[in-house]
Design a protein around this ligand. Sequence first.
Ligand code: ZN
Ligand code: ZN
Length: 329
Amino acid sequence: MTEQQEKQPYRVLLFYKYVHIDNPEEFAAEHLAWCKENGLRGRVLIAKEGLNGTVSGTVAQTEAYMKQLTSDPRFSDVEFKIDPAEHHVFRKMFVRARKEIVTWRLEDDVDPSQVTGRHLKPKEWKEALERDDVIVIDGRNDYEYDIGHFKGALRPEVKTTKEFPEWVRQNLAEHKDKKILMYCTGGIRCEKFSGFMLQEGFQDVNQLEGGIIKYSKDPEVQGDLFEGKCYVFDERIAVPINQKEDKVIAHCHHCGKPEDRYVNCANPFCHLQHVCCEECEVTHRRSCSDECREHPANRYDLDNEILRKREEEYRLEKEQALHSEHSPS
Ligand SMILES: [Zn+2]
Ligand SMILES: [Zn+2]
């Protein structure tokens, strides 16, 4: 085992595939049982249209997961984005059957295997991004954009994916002949989003293949032109992307200094996600306002206790994982 693997003996996988699944409920139940038995944690959504997931586990567990999934001919060509991690980044394993693997609820649903924008490889994306006659759309939600995005990208005023069609119609209707570049975290949201834009009459719609995460790992571009961090939907909350330049673009909600860590307000009736530096987290008791700080239900102390216990659990798990993968079999 290399030194890097000892420090980060876990991995996080990010993957999706639009492919027909006959019986999502049955598939979900079987998949959940397999994941639990093999020690994986995370979230996998299954629908008739495909699968969308992110899981964490040790190197051996994630290897086994990839082998298991790709042994199914429907998923033989799934592309996995792989991130090393210090421990699990999820508390539990969820596998759920849904109507869609990303909730769009379009009036005219798009089948990305039939209609979708052109996929650009990281290098092609970077070249296109450097042109000045393109419109770059961040295909994620506003709070994701705020801690990191591609230089020059439009900030979509949306809180959920469902709000995109309205936003596009209100803001971009006059630009149907322009070259459109869109991106998201791992590529899945752009598959339908770009298809929607083609249906709306946009002529030249392009998407970043494999999203920000793959772009970050590309040996040639190394995340260049991405500013800030990438929001992720697990305990890490944000991951670094640009290997050439590490820039912090957001600011602490309280003191205004450059910062890109998100916390949730400790008042359970507020729960506002806000950017907060480590010092202000202590002085403001992880609250977005004085009112929330003084709220009788404030969970600051309670949550810190939970966090301490969780860290201890992770430490023990990691020791066990390292031990079992070292011992001769
Ligand atoms: Zn601060
Ligand atoms: Zn609050």
